[in-house]
Design a protein around this ligand. Structure first.
Ligand code: COA
Length: 143
Protein backbone atom coordinates (compact mmCIF):
# COMPACT_ATOMS: atom_id res chain seq x y z
CA UNK A 1 0.00 0.00 0.00
CA UNK A 2 1.19 3.50 -0.84
CA UNK A 3 -0.02 6.39 1.30
CA UNK A 4 0.85 9.81 2.68
CA UNK A 5 3.08 9.48 5.73
CA UNK A 6 1.96 10.57 9.18
CA UNK A 7 4.04 11.41 12.23
CA UNK A 8 3.63 7.79 13.35
CA UNK A 9 5.90 6.87 10.41
CA UNK A 10 8.71 9.24 11.44
CA UNK A 11 10.97 6.66 13.05
CA UNK A 12 10.58 4.25 10.14
CA UNK A 13 11.43 7.05 7.68
CA UNK A 14 14.50 7.99 9.73
CA UNK A 15 15.71 4.38 9.64
CA UNK A 16 15.37 4.24 5.83
CA UNK A 17 16.70 7.79 5.43
CA UNK A 18 19.92 6.96 7.27
CA UNK A 19 20.46 4.07 4.84
CA UNK A 20 20.22 6.64 2.04
CA UNK A 21 22.36 9.41 3.63
CA UNK A 22 24.15 8.77 6.91
CA UNK A 23 23.37 12.32 8.15
CA UNK A 24 19.67 12.07 7.21
CA UNK A 25 18.50 12.24 10.82
CA UNK A 26 20.67 15.28 11.58
CA UNK A 27 19.63 17.35 8.59
CA UNK A 28 15.91 16.46 8.47
CA UNK A 29 13.73 17.43 11.38
CA UNK A 30 10.71 15.41 10.32
CA UNK A 31 8.65 16.66 13.23
CA UNK A 32 8.93 20.16 11.76
CA UNK A 33 8.97 19.27 8.05
CA UNK A 34 5.79 17.21 8.30
CA UNK A 35 3.93 20.32 9.49
CA UNK A 36 5.12 22.36 6.52
CA UNK A 37 2.67 22.54 3.65
CA UNK A 38 5.45 22.56 1.03
CA UNK A 39 6.92 19.22 2.15
CA UNK A 40 5.24 15.88 1.53
CA UNK A 41 6.27 12.39 2.58
CA UNK A 42 4.89 9.19 1.11
CA UNK A 43 5.50 5.65 2.34
CA UNK A 44 5.25 2.17 0.84
CA UNK A 45 3.88 -0.28 3.39
CA UNK A 46 3.94 -4.06 3.05
CA UNK A 47 2.47 -6.29 5.76
CA UNK A 48 2.60 -3.38 8.25
CA UNK A 49 6.29 -2.71 7.48
CA UNK A 50 7.50 0.55 5.90
CA UNK A 51 9.65 -0.65 3.01
CA UNK A 52 10.20 2.59 1.12
CA UNK A 53 9.60 6.32 1.18
CA UNK A 54 9.54 9.33 -1.10
CA UNK A 55 9.78 12.96 -0.05
CA UNK A 56 9.15 16.02 -2.18
CA UNK A 57 9.06 19.79 -1.95
CA UNK A 58 6.09 21.33 -3.74
CA UNK A 59 6.54 25.01 -4.54
CA UNK A 60 4.09 26.74 -6.86
CA UNK A 61 4.37 24.99 -10.25
CA UNK A 62 7.36 22.79 -9.37
CA UNK A 63 7.75 19.58 -7.38
CA UNK A 64 11.32 18.62 -6.47
CA UNK A 65 11.97 15.01 -5.45
CA UNK A 66 14.20 15.19 -2.38
CA UNK A 67 14.62 11.55 -1.38
CA UNK A 68 13.50 8.16 -2.65
CA UNK A 69 14.52 4.88 -1.05
CA UNK A 70 13.33 1.28 -1.12
CA UNK A 71 14.78 -1.40 1.17
CA UNK A 72 17.17 -3.62 -0.85
CA UNK A 73 15.11 -6.79 -0.32
CA UNK A 74 11.99 -5.07 -1.73
CA UNK A 75 13.60 -3.63 -4.88
CA UNK A 76 12.48 -4.49 -8.44
CA UNK A 77 8.92 -4.98 -7.19
CA UNK A 78 7.77 -1.56 -8.38
CA UNK A 79 7.51 0.06 -4.95
CA UNK A 80 9.45 3.12 -6.21
CA UNK A 81 7.26 3.30 -9.30
CA UNK A 82 4.12 3.13 -7.20
CA UNK A 83 5.45 5.84 -4.85
CA UNK A 84 6.15 8.13 -7.82
CA UNK A 85 2.77 7.44 -9.42
CA UNK A 86 0.97 8.11 -6.14
CA UNK A 87 2.93 11.35 -5.61
CA UNK A 88 2.20 12.57 -9.16
CA UNK A 89 -1.51 11.97 -8.65
CA UNK A 90 -1.46 13.63 -5.21
CA UNK A 91 0.19 16.97 -6.06
CA UNK A 92 -1.88 20.01 -6.82
CA UNK A 93 -3.33 20.75 -10.26
CA UNK A 94 -1.06 23.79 -10.63
CA UNK A 95 2.10 21.64 -10.82
CA UNK A 96 3.76 21.81 -14.24
CA UNK A 97 7.25 20.42 -13.62
CA UNK A 98 8.90 17.64 -11.60
CA UNK A 99 12.65 17.90 -10.95
CA UNK A 100 15.33 15.92 -9.12
CA UNK A 101 19.07 15.47 -8.80
CA UNK A 102 20.61 12.03 -9.17
CA UNK A 103 24.22 10.90 -9.12
CA UNK A 104 25.54 10.28 -12.64
CA UNK A 105 26.65 6.85 -11.34
CA UNK A 106 23.20 5.82 -10.06
CA UNK A 107 22.19 3.72 -13.07
CA UNK A 108 19.17 2.10 -11.34
CA UNK A 109 17.60 5.42 -10.35
CA UNK A 110 18.34 7.02 -13.74
CA UNK A 111 16.64 4.05 -15.45
CA UNK A 112 13.65 4.44 -13.14
CA UNK A 113 13.28 8.17 -13.81
CA UNK A 114 13.76 7.72 -17.57
CA UNK A 115 10.94 5.16 -17.49
CA UNK A 116 8.68 7.94 -16.16
CA UNK A 117 9.83 10.25 -18.98
CA UNK A 118 12.32 12.38 -17.03
CA UNK A 119 15.06 13.90 -19.23
CA UNK A 120 18.51 15.12 -18.26
CA UNK A 121 18.47 18.93 -18.19
CA UNK A 122 22.11 19.49 -17.23
CA UNK A 123 24.97 18.07 -15.21
CA UNK A 124 25.74 19.63 -11.82
CA UNK A 125 29.46 19.25 -11.20
CA UNK A 126 30.38 17.89 -7.76
CA UNK A 127 26.77 18.27 -6.58
CA UNK A 128 27.53 15.44 -4.16
CA UNK A 129 30.82 15.68 -2.24
CA UNK A 130 32.78 13.66 -4.79
CA UNK A 131 30.28 12.97 -7.58
CA UNK A 132 28.52 14.86 -10.32
CA UNK A 133 24.73 14.80 -10.55
CA UNK A 134 22.21 15.10 -13.32
CA UNK A 135 19.41 17.58 -12.90
CA UNK A 136 16.43 15.75 -14.45
CA UNK A 137 13.01 17.13 -15.26
CA UNK A 138 9.57 15.98 -16.33
CA UNK A 139 6.94 18.36 -17.66
CA UNK A 140 3.38 17.64 -16.61
CA UNK A 141 1.11 16.74 -19.48
CA UNK A 142 -2.04 18.63 -18.63
CA UNK A 143 -4.45 19.73 -21.32
C1 COA B 1 16.30 3.50 -7.25
C2 COA B 1 15.31 2.72 -6.36
C3 COA B 1 14.47 3.73 -5.56
C4 COA B 1 14.39 1.91 -7.28
O1 COA B 1 13.41 1.26 -6.46
P1 COA B 1 12.60 -0.02 -6.98
O2 COA B 1 11.40 -0.17 -6.12
O3 COA B 1 13.52 -1.18 -7.08
O4 COA B 1 12.20 0.45 -8.45
P2 COA B 1 11.05 -0.20 -9.35
O5 COA B 1 10.88 -1.64 -9.03
O6 COA B 1 9.84 0.67 -9.28
O7 COA B 1 11.73 -0.06 -10.80
C5 COA B 1 11.13 0.66 -11.84
C6 COA B 1 12.03 0.66 -13.04
O8 COA B 1 13.29 1.27 -12.75
C7 COA B 1 14.34 0.60 -13.45
N1 COA B 1 15.21 -0.06 -12.48
C8 COA B 1 15.05 -0.13 -11.14
N2 COA B 1 16.05 -0.83 -10.59
C9 COA B 1 16.89 -1.19 -11.59
C10 COA B 1 18.10 -1.93 -11.66
N3 COA B 1 18.66 -2.43 -10.54
N4 COA B 1 18.66 -2.10 -12.85
C11 COA B 1 18.11 -1.61 -13.98
N5 COA B 1 16.94 -0.90 -13.99
C12 COA B 1 16.34 -0.69 -12.81
C13 COA B 1 13.66 -0.44 -14.33
O9 COA B 1 13.33 0.20 -15.56
C14 COA B 1 12.40 -0.73 -13.53
O10 COA B 1 11.34 -1.20 -14.30
P3 COA B 1 11.16 -2.81 -14.50
O11 COA B 1 11.38 -3.47 -13.17
O12 COA B 1 9.74 -2.93 -14.98
O13 COA B 1 12.19 -3.19 -15.49
C15 COA B 1 16.04 1.72 -5.41
O14 COA B 1 16.96 0.98 -6.16
C16 COA B 1 16.77 2.40 -4.27
O15 COA B 1 16.20 2.65 -3.20
N6 COA B 1 18.06 2.71 -4.49
C17 COA B 1 18.89 3.36 -3.46
C18 COA B 1 18.44 4.80 -3.22
C19 COA B 1 18.45 5.62 -4.48
O16 COA B 1 19.30 5.49 -5.35
N7 COA B 1 17.47 6.53 -4.55
C20 COA B 1 17.33 7.48 -5.65
C21 COA B 1 18.13 8.68 -5.36
S1 COA B 1 17.87 9.94 -6.59
Amino acid sequence: MIRLATKKDMEAIYILGVMLHENYRKVNNLDVLMNEKHFKFFVAEEEKKIVGFLSVTELYETVDINDLFVLPEYRRQHFASRLINYMISDVSDSVLLFTLEVSVLNKEAIALYRKFGFDVICKRLLYYSNQDAYLMGLRCNKE
